[in-house]
Design a protein around this ligand. Structure first.
Ligand SMILES: CC(C)(COP(=O)(O)OP(=O)(O)OC[C@H]1O[C@@H](n2cnc3c(N)ncnc32)[C@H](O)[C@@H]1OP(=O)(O)O)[C@@H](O)C(=O)NCCC(=O)NCCS
Length: 150
């Protein structure tokens, strides 16, 4: 795990970088989300965008919404640049989200049914599947709703 990871609130100049990463990364690439669509998602009213830097280079981001699922904390988007995955940075962002939402009962996220590695990460990190939204974004695929008790 890189020791010099810094997580901070994104500023407007980071949003284009995040939208570029998101639109060029599965699952959003598989779902054909354009940069414009991703930019819109990243401006979700009430949400908070955080970026992770390793040695001061942008490496990933996470979009949180404190009331994003039925009024409860929701991790809306999390992505790490391809060459930096599998080094613990995503786990650091998940830890950050839990600290950010401390005092809440649960935190929620959704994962696409074909995103098996992400699903494994969330399960390992204590999230459980609590629902399935069939054909939610594209026919033939589900989004699994996952919940973790804080
Ligand atoms: C999912 C993601 C955010 C995890 O971040 P990360 O920094 O790679 O995660 P960590 O290093 O802390 O943990 C590694 C675990 O992440 C998961 N993972 C998911 N996709 C991965 C990928 N492409 N490469 C490496 N690990 C991945 C695996 O469970 C992996 O564990 P494994 O090596 O035992 O399979 C990151 O891999 C990513 O950006 N993936 C593409 C976008 C995405 O799927 N986002 C989640 C949408 S719900």
């Amino acid at each position: 795990m890189p020791d010099d990871i810094r997580i901070s609130v994104a500023d407007e100049s980071d949003v284009a970088w995040c939208a570029q990463l998101m639109s060029s990364t599965d699952p959003w690439l598989a779902y054909k989300f354009s940069i414009e669509t991703c930019t819109g998602i990243l401006h979700w009213p009430g949400s908070e965008l955080f970026v992770a830097r390793v040695n001061e280079s942008l490496t990933g981001f996470m979009l949180l919404h404190p009331r994003g699922f039925l009024g409860c904390p929701y991790i809306a988007v999390i992505a790490i640049v391809a060459g930096q995955r599998g080094r613990g940075i995503g786990t650091r962002l998940l830890e950050f989200a839990e600290r950010h939402f401390a005092g809440s009962r649960h935190v929620y996220l959704c994962v696409s049914s074909f995103n098996l590695r992400a699903l494994r990460l969330y399960e390992r990190y204590g999230y459980a599947k609590v629902g399935e939204l069939p054909n939610f974004i594209a026919d033939g695929f589900s989004e699994f709703l996952m919940q973790k008790r804080l």
